[in-house]
Design a protein around this ligand. Structure first.
Ligand code: ADP
Ligand code: MG
Length: 250
């Protein structure tokens, strides 16, 4: 479904007096992987290892410095956002506009892509809200009136209205209370079945990976340490970094 070839991203971190970048941070270095349709592909690695940068490139927020991305066999051009690939961010606190109603927030993606009439849009929004386990009275509320879990449900609903095929989940539960984390993960797995979704699941929690993923890619300082079937890597880690990750599972 998705093939990533030799993806790299450098961020300028130091500039000369003319404003020309003189030093770069290699956030992602020569990363290649494939995601099979219908699977859960996990990206793990400690903070700063380049996970979110990969997510942002795949969802068209950043341009890669180099490398190619193929979606269903066709090359994805730089920073082109496609409806089929949507992202759910880590923290609904910052990803939901505090000045907009839930109704507006969930509908926004549909407006950007001009994909439905006003009447159809309202129905799609109501259906999405229902499918994430919320009731429609939430639509006229503002983000601050919602709990953390409800906010993340709204963020998921917002990504669902465009009927994506590939959902990128960037640490979808790490900003939430432990008791709410399991609820959101269960919801995500239900939605995956219901809508035939494929997931790229980003996390630093190997416990979650172990439960949910088919393939796992371990990143360290922007590079792939190892990659393969989740069960075999957890049972028999090759790299010392992966071993230390596994040992850190409580
Ligand atoms: P992770 O999601 O694994 O914690 P990130 O992809 O967010 O890691 O970050 C990888 C590296 O790139 C970090 O060193 C981070 O500071 C740096 N970085 C991320 N985004 C930017 C940016 N927009 N500008 C400069 N550096 C960035
Ligand atoms: Mg991140």
């Amino acid at each position: 479904m998705l093939r990533v070839e030799n993806l790299s991203k450098n961020f300028p971190v130091e500039f000369d007096i003319f404003g020309k970048p003189k030093r770069f941070l290699k956030a992602v270095q020569d990363v290649s992987f494939q995601v099979e349709k219908g699977s859960v592909f996990s990206i793990v690695g400690e903070s700063g290892s380049g996970k979110s940068t990969i997510a942002r490139i795949l969802s068209g927020i950043y341009n890669p410095s180099s490398g190619k991305i193929y979606y269903e066999g066709k090359i994805l051009k730089d920073a082109k956002r496609i409806k089929d690939i949507q992202i759910v961010f880590q923290d609904p606190e910052t990803s939901l506009n505090p000045r907009k109603t839930i109704s507006f927030i969930v509908e926004e993606g549909l407006l950007v892509h001009r994909s439905a009439s006003r009447f159809e849009r309202k129905k799609i929004v109501r259906d999405a809200i229902k499918s994430v386990g919320l009731t429609s009275d939430i639509l006229k509320k503002y983000p601050h009136q919602l709990s953390g879990g409800q906010k993340q449900r709204v963020a998921i609903a917002r990504s669902l209205v465009l009927k994506p095929k590939l959902l990128i989940l960037d640490e979808p539960t790490s900003a939430l209370d432990v008791s709410v984390q399991a609820q959101i993960l269960n919801l995500l797995m239900e939605l995956k079945e219901l809508y035939n979704l494929t997931y790229i699941l980003i996390t630093h929690d190997l416990k979650i990976v172990n439960h949910l993923s088919d393939q796992v890619m371990v990143l360290y300082l922007g590079q792939i340490m190892e990659m393969g079937r989740c069960d075999s890597i957890i049972e028999n880690p090759f790299h010392p970094y992966t071993k230390s990750l596994i040992e850190s599972i409580p």
